[in-house]
Ligand binder design. Structure first.
Ligand code: SF4
Length: 423
């Protein structure tokens, strides 16, 4: 039985929750990754089998709201954004929570101004050993309201195990992302550690392993992501690959395969276990399932795709990348970005820019929209995006009635939901 978290009701949805519950009843072990279909007559929504708040995000939200409830009158800080979702962060700020740092690690409130009476919440990405120590010195327990996701901690633990066995750690992640900074910091406590962003950077490591470039050339490209004592000659003899949990799972596997292949070329297949550790078990379940469900969603076909999530959310941007390869895709943070049938504001991760596009909806009716969202996006926001599009396209179904019908049918019998056209 999956753990249920105490998440404020305003993040919960009726429409999406109903779809998820109906699919969960039919397929509790999640063997079927095909999307669900919601038919609004003028627009059909194909909804990914898996998306939205994951275990780590719900855990973080439960702890943060509990911290607020238990500490009325005290100063409450978050180290930085708790998760990469604007609604959640804004709501916490409106309840008086202040951020100590920006997402890039720069200071908003100096640590020197903290006292032992203050409450500091550690975000779901975790934090660095250095910041844990700084809080400790201030008399603030960094583990009391620690929302670090257990799947992120699992990566730290795996890095520690690798270090004890004499392996170095290659982290597949974005050097500036909070989670990668935290994983790097914990990993380097026990293992020489190096960060690679993508396959191009992994290829530089492979070239070094194969003896095609020097340590100095490697350092020119990847020096900024190396732990202080990292000596490529010594520390790229025996490695394991772990990832920032929000990266593309397929890319992490490809990077691990590239490094393994280079090691086999140099040391031979029979010696590979002495030079390369199998670390496939560090991939987070939510990232894997969201990406797998998105690929099934794309394969099922649609006229356009909408991906909902915060614009600084790494896992959402990867869902966008998967969709945009085959379908015109719009990445929106909420329904307010959808101006009209003619105009939409949407985010382009490659340019890090919000742009406005015209004529974004095809003229034909009905149209089919593939819909998914990131692991930090409330289902309520996805509901509102869906209803906004249905309303703009003149759906004759009253959205309130649709919601009421779904809720009513769900309370009567989950199976009836499927008879009503879902699934
Ligand atoms: S995406 Fe995975 S690692 Fe990140 S918070 Fe969710 S469950 Fe945890």
């Amino acid at each position: 039985m999956p753990r249920k978290f105490n998440v404020p009701p305003f993040y919960r949805s009726q429409l999406i929750a109903t779809v998820k519950q109906a699919r969960g009843v039919l397929d509790p072990r999640k063997k079927d990754f095909s999307p669900s279909l919601l038919d609004f007559e003028t627009v059909k929504f194909k909804i990914a089998r898996h998306f939205g708040f994951c275990f780590g995000v719900e855990n973080a939200i439960e702890i943060a709201y509990r911290a607020i409830e238990e500490n009325q009158g005290k100063r409450i800080f978050l180290l930085s954004e708790m998760i990469h979702n604007p609604q959640v962060n804004t709501d916490l700020q409106e309840r008086g929570v202040k951020f100590l740092m920006r997402t890039d690690g720069s200071t908003i409130v100096p640590f020197d101004s903290l006292t032992k009476e203050d409450i500091v919440i550690v975000p779901a990405f975790g934090t660095t050993v250095e910041i844990q120590d700084a809080l400790d010195k201030k008399g603030i327990d960094p583990y009391f309201y620690d929302t670090t996701c257990p799947f992120v901690e699992k990566v730290w633990k795996r890095s520690g195990e690798l270090g004890k066995k004499g392996y170095s750690v290659i982290v597949h992640g974005k050097r500036t992302h909070e989670e990668t900074r935290a994983t790097f910091s914990h990993s380097k406590e026990t293992s020489p550690t190096i960060i690679v962003l993508d396959k191009a950077e992994a290829e530089i490591i492979c070239q070094f392993i194969r003896g095609e470039i020097s340590a100095a050339q490697l350092g020119e490209h990847l020096g900024q992501g190396m732990s202080a004592e990292f000596d490529p000659e010594k520390h790229l003899q025996k490695v394991g690959v772990v990832n920032q949990t929000t990266m593309l799972a397929t890319e992490t596997r490809e990077i691990a395969d590239m490094i393994r292949k280079a090691m086999v070329e140099v040391h031979g297949e029979s010696n590979i276990s002495k030079h390369f550790a199998d670390t496939r078990d560090t991939l987070c379940y939510a990232t894997s399932e969201n990406q797998r469900a998105t690929m099934n969603l794309i394969e099922s076909g649609a006229d356009i795709a909408i991906v909902v999530g915060g614009y600084n959310s790494s896992n959402t941007s990867h869902l966008f990348e998967l969709c945009e390869e085959t379908i015109p895709t719009y990445y929106v943070k909420n329904e307010l970005e959808i101006e009209s049938v003619k105009t939409i504001r949407h985010f382009l991760p490659a340019k890090k820019q919000v742009v406005e596009s015209g004529n974004w909806l095809p003229d034909k009716r009905p149209i089919t929209v593939a819909l998914t969202s990131g692991a930090s996006c409330p289902d309520r926001t996805v509901d509102l995006v869906m209803l906004r599009v249905a309303t703009l396209l003149g759906s004759s179904l009253d959205p309130e009635k649709v919601l009421k019908d779904f809720s009513k049918k769900l309370s009567e019998s989950p199976a009836a939901i499927l008879e009503a056209g879902l699934g």
